[in-house]
Design a protein around this ligand. Sequence first.
Ligand SMILES: C[C@H](O)[C@H](O)CC(=O)C(=O)O
Ligand SMILES: [Mg+2]
Length: 394
Amino acid sequence: MGLSKIKHVRAYTVRGGGADYHDQGEGHWIDNHIATPMSRYPEYRQSRQSFGINVLGTLVVEIEAEDGTIGFAVTTGGEPACYIVEKHLARFLEGRSPTEYEKIWDQMYFSTQYYGRKGLVVNALSGVDLALWDLLGKLRGEPVYHMLGGAVRDELQFYATGARPDIAKELGFIGGKMPLHHGPAEGVEGLKKNIAELADMRAKCGPDFWLMWDCWMALDVDYATRLAIAAHEHGLKWIEEAISPDDYWGYAELKRNVPNGMLVTTGEHEATRWGFRMLLEMDCCDIIQPDVGWCGGVTELLKISALADARGKMVVPHGSSVYSYHFVITRHNSPFAEYLMMHPGPTEVVPMFHPQLIGEPVPQNGRLRASALDNPGFGVELNRELDMHRPYTH
Ligand SMILES: C[C@H](O)[C@H](O)CC(=O)C(=O)O
Ligand SMILES: [Mg+2]
């Protein structure tokens, strides 16, 4: 007997943190003078919210089966993504079996290819794909990581992203990735301030703790090269997303330029097997960092990961809470995971997608047992007390 078929797909928006983790209140570390491609304009330098980083908000996708079981997922995309889900993508699911995720993915991708391929459309598609895996797991009574092949280790190990790697170290993480605060428009003075921050953090964390920089697409190859060379004596482990995600040639050059032993990482704003094939074949980086809520969902991440594995590259997904955890635990070439510190300080470990998910597991002492992922689907429920808005119907 087959599984219950898909009856209905619905899309909602929610504000205030969660999957749109840049949508935080005032004074949060994630919005404090972080270098971005917009930092060349002084009026958009102090706050990323000033240029609209949080303009989209969270997209919630719900997929209901005929027996009343509901799978759901959250990602970034807000109202425009709701339109795409309700008015375009829903048709490829309703009346179908949730086991047909390959065909559903293919139809969602190729029907939107003429206006999609990357960005918002693939975020929306990813949200649907994740909700579909959640539904499948809930219908089968299995966690997603079992359906992806099962755990290859007993626990996940995390590095932490936030402005206080010294506190991340005390909290048991294996490394700390800091936001880069000053971009090329702030000249040599800014570059010296960046290096001074790294040196200070190195002194606080000791010689062996991993320290990384997240450059959020803010630099050019020349600046990134100078920064990497100056950072080498302070033991910078990797330089992340240093330049525009479209500049594959620049990444290949940067990878040739950085000091021996320093890693170049990128990919959180890349999408699909074709985008990652460019990064891999052009030898742009050492670690790829797809975001499972933006790159095409779990169905696509499996393909991206296989491409990387064949080339001996690591896949360390960007953020994404449980959606990453269920994947990382199943892959040898994903030896650790990112925990994005969403506490404003950031001085405490709090659920990454708070307040949208109920039952979201958090690392303890920088680790999470595989058994913490044992509930069906992605193992979380949607917080229905939130003020959700369904702007479109079909
Ligand atoms: C800290 C970064 O600028 C960004 O907000 C998050 C990110 O890129 C990452 O976690 O990686
Ligand atoms: Mg990043």
